[in-house]
Write a protein that binds this ligand. Structure first.
Ligand code: PNS
Length: 165
């Protein structure tokens, strides 16, 4: 069997149960899985890279083959740096397909050695997005069924601190 080292890239702002499900399922299929947090120089993230990495670390302690890193610049350059021969992405709905196809084709042109692998999101997570979760919390809604408990705590803390300021 070939040795598979996969990168699972994303903003993870914040980590959701959907991300966590992909990490769990992906980790069973590959030898090593590197969760790669985008430093988002253009988008203004809610959580710092360190906070996002901590949330991933807290949620993935039980998996022995998971590493956590962060990157800016091209994903394929980071994949090369980490010795990865695969990129893992999830697809929730048909609306994800177009942008994921475009990214996969661009990444393949830039670095054919890293093959993009897709997993379909589980039905119960197929409508979850980090953006929606932030919106719900801002509007005072309950996100405890969409994210791990410690992430929900951090979201509440972040937004109550924002209200005070
Ligand atoms: O969680 P997201 O926002 O869907 O993740 C998007 C991500 C990080 C996978 C994508 O923006 C990315 O790979 N950015 C790095 C820049 C890059 O390599 N661009 C060229 C390929 S599209």
């Amino acid at each position: 069997m070939p040795h598979i080292v996969a990168i699972f890239p994303g903003s993870f702002d914040p980590l959701t149960n959907g991300h966590l499900d992909l990490i769990a399922r992906g980790s069973r299929l590959v030898d090593r899985l590197v969760v790669a947090i985008l430093k988002n120089t253009q988008k203004q993230p809610l959580f710092t890279v360190e906070e996002r990495a901590e949330m991933v670390r807290e949620a993935t302690g039980e998996f022995s083959n998971i590493e956590i890193g962060s990157f800016d610049g091209l994903l394929v350059d980071y994949a090369a740096e980490r010795g990865a021969n695969a990129i893992l992405r999830g697809i929730r709905a048909i609306s994800d397909y177009e942008s994921e196809l475009q990214m996969a084709l661009i990444n393949r042109r830039l670095r054919p050695e890293s093959e993009t692998l897709f997993l379909m999101a589980r039905e119960e997570y197929s409508f979850i997005s980090s953006r929606m979760i932030k919106e719900i919390v801002t509007l005072g809604g309950d996100v405890s069924s969409f994210v791990p408990e410690h992430v929900a705590d951090r979201l509440r803390a972040k937004f109550s601190a924002k209200k005070v300021n």
